[in-house]
Design a protein around this ligand. Structure first.
Ligand code: BES
Ligand code: MN
Ligand code: ZN
Length: 526
């Protein structure tokens, strides 16, 4: 349900915004251990290797059904190719009314990746049916590829992510809501149930956080304004006892002397907001504890300003608040899992527009740190709002600061859409984030931020310029942020290539929330 506070903020031009809003995932997760043929569910999901090789569970089903499965495969009806599925109804001798075969590919290359693919394809197939409950009986990869905890987590994450629907504003009939509501993960050995269940709980929470990010990021720029982001954060925080939210408006931001943030915002009719979200700070992780501070780039629309962007795909710059959405989402996750860790989220929310009042190339702004910046390109606005947010982080005496931003097209050129860029001034922290990304299947790759890059930011008129030329653009952007994070343990995730997809699949991916979730869960020692 859309909170009343939010409904108020919707412009009149946007009709009844949405039926499903974040937080309405109601999938139940359990485990099963044996007796696949007698499980009380609508459907069993069984893996088949190529060349018709049956997995262990498939063999059990084949036996229970009097050889029906082997017969079907013998006819060549299901080659077991990755991402392929086949739904079979009413196999005799089996409790479930349907069996969904999902291809595992070649046995010798079967691992975590192939398993993920098979379960993802199965969820996509299930979402087109009326199946309400399902038992997962895909052969599991070796424990070193996917241990019990991550098995549970991935089962839940993929099930929920696969059932995500964009809250579109199409006026026609809405597709039927998803029926799948109960998922049994297995087979789970007796001693493993606790770890799998913990994984399922965490996975469901991570998926829910991803949904928060995706819902916010998918909204159009005329709905998701800085004010809207702030009010949504407030509404979300109300669901979680541990979250406290403070919002700085324009005058308060001015009092903080965030001159770079204000320079970006000054050309927009939408006033800026600076959002502070806190989790923890009492009990074990008391307010004396040094928090992890997450900082999000919240450019609710990036036209480029006076350095206006080209028209093609400018609409995608509504996703330029993905970092902010990931930070908000990660705070809700910390609260949902009640992590024994103090976490602070800082979101700089602005709109970047060209206007008579807009900042111009060559203008000089004074950052909250006192350092001056020559704004040579108004389209390099992300670093301008982040530098003031990063400076604000100092007051928390953080154990670590991680900013998340769709910061540069250059990062997309460097890494494509597979890895986020990981940079910073603390190698251990960058390594920690990269490792979290590997575990969470939400990978990041390190780029070197050595001193040389900062030299590209030289300015004749101010302490430095906000751009450093085309070469190494992802790194010079990080080097700029490095000027404001000296003495802090700081890392930067450039998610320009990973936070959303273009083309037919256009939409938010929810990344890097799984990475951040894993990072926080590990920091909390869970
Ligand atoms: N939001 C963009 C970065 C971006 C580009 C994100 C493409 C996703 C896809 C950022 O504000 C920007 O415009 N960066 C400029 C920096 C340049 C002017 C130094 C860029 O990457 O072109
Ligand atoms: Mn820009
Ligand atoms: Zn931007």
């Amino acid at each position: 349900m859309l909170a009343t506070a939010n409904r108020r903020t919707l412009p009149r031009s946007v009709p009844a915004l949405r039926q499903r809003w974040y937080g309405d995932i109601a999938m139940r997760f359990e485990t099963w251990s044996k007796g696949i043929a007698t499980l009380d569910v609508d459907c069993l999901v069984v893996g088949i290797f190529d060349e018709n090789e049956l997995s262990e569970e498939a063999r059990a089903l084949d036996a229970a059904s009097g050889g029906r499965l082997k017969k079907l495969l013998g006819r060549g009806d299901f080659p077991g190719k990755p991402a392929e599925t086949l739904l079979i109804a009413d196999l005799p001798g089996i409790g479930a009314t349907r069996v969904l075969l999902t291809g595992l590919g070649a046995r010798k290359s079967f691992g975590r990746k192939a398993w993920r693919k098979a379960w993802t394809a199965a969820v996509a197939a299930l979402s087109k049916t009326g199946i309400e409950s399902v038992a997962l009986a895909i052969e599991r990869p070796q424990a070193k590829e996917l241990d019990d905890y991550y098995f549970g987590r991935t089962v839940a994450e993929i099930a929920e992510a696969g059932s995500y629907r964009i809250n579109d504003l199409k006026s026609g009939k809405k597709p039927k809501p998803l029926r799948l509501g109960r998922v049994l993960a297995g087979p789970v050995a007796k001693g493993a149930a606790a770890a799998v269940n913990r994984g399922l709980t965490h996975g469901a929470a991570i998926a829910e956080a991803c949904k928060v990010q995706r819902d916010l990021a998918n909204l159009p720029g005329n709905v998701c304004t800085p004010i809207f982001l702030a009010e949504e954060t407030r509404a979300l925080a109300k669901r979680y006892r541990s979250l406290r939210v403070r919002v700085l408006d324009g005058p308060a931001i001015r009092r903080e002397k965030m001159g770079c943030l204000l320079a970006v915002s000054q050309g927009s009719a939408q006033p800026p907001r600076f959002i502070v979200i806190e989790h923890g700070g009492s009990g074990k992780a008391g307010s004396a504890a040094h928090p992890v501070v997450l900082v999000g780039k919240g450019v609710t629309f990036d036209t480029g300003g006076i350095s206006l962007k080209d028209p093609p795909s400018m609409d995608e710059m509504k996703f330029d608040m993905s970092g902010a959405a990931a930070v908000i989402a990660s705070l809700t996750l910390a609260a949902a899992l009640d992590l024994p860790l103090r976490v602070v989220g800082l979101v700089a929310a602005v709109e970047n527009m060209p206007d008579g009042k807009a900042v111009k190339p060559g203008d000089i702004a004074t950052s909250a740190s006192g350092q001056t910046v020559e704004i040579l390109n108004t389209d390099a606005e992300g670093r301008l709002i982040l530098c003031d947010a990063l400076h604000y982080a100092r007051r928390f005496q953080p154990a670590a600061v991680v900013d998340v931003a769709t910061l540069t097209g250059a990062c997309v050129v460097a890494l494509g859409h597979h890895h986020s860029g990981a940079m910073g001034n603390d190698e251990a922290l960058v390594t920690e984030l990269v490792a979290a990304g590997v575990r969470a299947d939400d990978r990041a790759w390190p780029l070197p931020v050595t001193e040389e890059y900062a030299e590209q930011l030289k300015s004749n008129f101010a302490d430095f310029a906000n751009i450093g030329g085309r070469d190494g653009g992802a790194i010079t952007a990080a080097a700029f942020l490095g000027k404001f994070t000296q003495g802090l343990k700081w890392a930067h995730l450039d998610v320009a290539g990973t936070a959303y997809q273009s083309g037919a699949q256009k939409g938010s991916t929810g990344r890097p929330t799984p990475l951040l979730a894993d990072f926080l869960i590990h920091r909390a020692g869970l």
